[in-house]
Design a protein around this ligand. Structure first.
Ligand code: 0YR
Ligand code: MG
Length: 370
């Protein structure tokens, strides 16, 4: 089996309710930016990274795929995933200009496309290729009801509706003002009762003093985790916060390498591990982080940069994965959507990684790539 062509693509898909915001970003679309890898067998693999759908930025990614990665792939056996990962990651030409960033995001798309191809070639869903089903069901938590742009009343109504639909976990955004966010947290906890897990996500906005003040008021509301309380790379700050509060610290969606995670493990600055195949140079690197998390006996909750299309396979197959984020923006663009039924992700059945777009999505959402 040989790679004959690597074709980049960009899809821009609208978010729920035309616009959402967290503490640092406000967006109208999710970017599905990736590659179709064609082979001499007629099989194609699809992989993508996730973006905020800024077209000039997305075109830097597709350009990197097309001009930097693709020439190293054509003629290769796509099933040599580990070898090809190192070939791309250790490409001296790219290593000099980008050990993290656009080069990593584009490598993520390639790596996932290779896993998709390998699973399709074997005729199995990816979770089977990863070693088989280790848990009966993957629990979903709903983030789409908790945006900072949602008003206080609507926030509580939406949270309750999610619980009625079967979700046993939700996450709400924080990072506006301590007073407003504590008020919203208390109202949501009151609205959903004590039995639903309630996580919060700061998206790296606050400093340590603000986080400490917030946590003092938040602890009584049984917070499942505080995600990205501080700036993404601040190991020391997260370690200090983790020591100072009873609320578990979650992070990882902005980390590019296993080495970045290693520092957080080593400094006891992390309780919930949140790697993302769309940021970390693909599933290959995320698997390394999952193995390390497991060795520290820390739970993994993959971040949904792929909107859980790929992570659902990982979560069914890896023992460290405990719970998975649900945001429904792009799922219907794929031949097998990452659907949630009664609060749990359905076990994928279709061969591949869940990354094959439907012709309709291709038609409706495609943007010019590079
Ligand atoms: C919107 N999930 C997240 C979105 C989301 C972000 O900026 O990208 O909120 O990825 O933090 O946990
Ligand atoms: Mg987050």
């Amino acid at each position: 089996m040989k790679i004959t062509k690597v074709e980049p693509f960009i899809l821009h898909v609208p978010v729920t309710g035309s616009q959402i915001a967290d503490s640092t970003h406000s967006i109208t679309h999710w970017g599905v930016v990736g590659a179709r890898i064609e082979t001499d067998t007629g099989l194609s693999g699809y992989g993508f990274t996730g973006t905020h759908a800024y077209l000039p930025g997305d075109q830097l990614i597709t350009r990197c795929i097309e001009t930097c990665h693709a020439p190293l792939l054509v003629g290769e056996d796509p099933r040599d995933i580990q070898r090809l990962w190192h070939k791309l990651a250790r490409n001296p030409a790219l290593q000099w200009i980008g050990r993290a960033g656009i080069t990593t995001l584009s490598q993520a798309a390639i790596d996932v496309a290779l896993w998709d191809l390998k699973a399709k070639a074997d005729g199995v869903p990816l979770w089977k290729l990863l070693g088989g089903q280790v848990r009966e069901k993957v629990r979903a938590y709903n983030t789409d009801i908790g945006w900072l742009s949602i008003g206080d009343e609507q926030l509580v109504t939406g949270a309750r509706r999610a619980v009625e639909q079967g979700f046993s976990g939700i996450k709400i955004k924080v990072g506006s003002t301590v007073e407003r966010d504590l008020r919203r947290l208390a109202a949501v906890r009151k609205g959903i009762g004590p039995d639903v897990t309630l996580a919060i996500d700061g998206n790296g906005k606050w400093d340590l003093a603000t986080c400490l003040r917030f946590c003092r008021g938040a602890e009584e509301h049984d917070v499942y985790w505080f995600e990205e309380p501080l700036w993404y790379d601040d190991v020391k700050g997260h370690a200090q916060l983790a020591r100072a509060t009873r609320i578990p610290v979650a992070l990882g969606e902005q980390l590019y390498t296993q080495d970045a995670f290693a520092e957080f493990f080593h400094q006891q600055a992390i309780h919930w591990v949140q790697p993302d195949v769309t940021r970390m140079g693909g599933l290959t690197e995320v698997l390394r982080v999952c193995e390390t998390a497991n060795s520290y006996r820390l739970p993994v909750a993959p971040h949904a940069g792929d909107m859980s299309q790929v992570h659902v396979h990982l979560s069914y197959a890896h023992p460290a994965c405990q719970v998975l984020e649900y945001i429904p923006w792009i799922k219907d663009c794929f031949t097998e959507p990452a659907d949630v039924v009664d609060g749990f992700f359905r076990l994928p059945q279709v061969p591949g990684a869940g990354t094959t777009p439907t012709p309709q999505a291709w038609e409706r959402f495609r943007q010019p790539a590079a």
